[in-house]
Design a protein around this ligand. Sequence first.
Ligand code: FES
Ligand code: FES
Length: 183
Amino acid sequence: MNGQANTPRDDPTPAPITVELRLTVNDATYPVTVDTRETLLDTLRERLGLTGTKKGCDHGQCGACTVLAGGQRVVSCLTLTVGVDDRAITTVEGLARDGVPHPLQQAFVRHDALQCGYCTPGQLCSAVGMLAEAADGRPSAVSEDLTAVPVLDDAEIRERMSGNLCRCGAYPGIVAAIRQVAP
Ligand code: FES
Ligand code: FES
C-alpha cells in the first residue's frame, strides 16, 4: 500500500469522449456528434427526434426499443451508436413506403394486434427482422428440422417474437398478423 491510496481525486468522472458520425436512418443521412457511451436508442429519440422507437426497460429485456441495423433486429438500448454507423438503421418510422403502411402494419390493424400500442414499434421491427431470418433459413429453438426452411406456424412465431413483451397481452392478434404476412 503506498501513501497515495486514500488521496481523494479532484474529479473521478472521466471526461466524455465524443465522435462525429454520419448515421443512415430510414434512408436519410444524419451527421451527429455522440458520446461514445451513448446508446442508439437515445441517439434516435433525443438527437434525431425519431420517437417512434420506445424506451421500456432500458435493460434489453422488453424489446420495445427494437430496430433494424443492416436488416437485422437489435435492441437499441443495448447498442452503442458508435458501433452501428456503418449499418443502415430502420425504425418504425421507416417501414411505410410512399405513404402506404408496411403490410405488417396493415395486418396489425386488421387483427387488432395492439391495445396501448407502446410495444408495437418494437413488435413491428422485430417481426420484419424475424420474417427475414426465417426466409434466410435460420432455425429457432423450436425448429424440428435445423436444415429446412422454417414453416412459420404459431409456435415458430411465438418463439421468434419471444423477446418482445406486450403488457396488454395482444399476443394472439400479433401472431395472427404475422401469420397473415408470412409466406
Ligand atoms: S427498452 Fe430496450 S429492451 Fe427494453
Ligand atoms: S399493446 Fe400495450 S404493451 Fe403491447
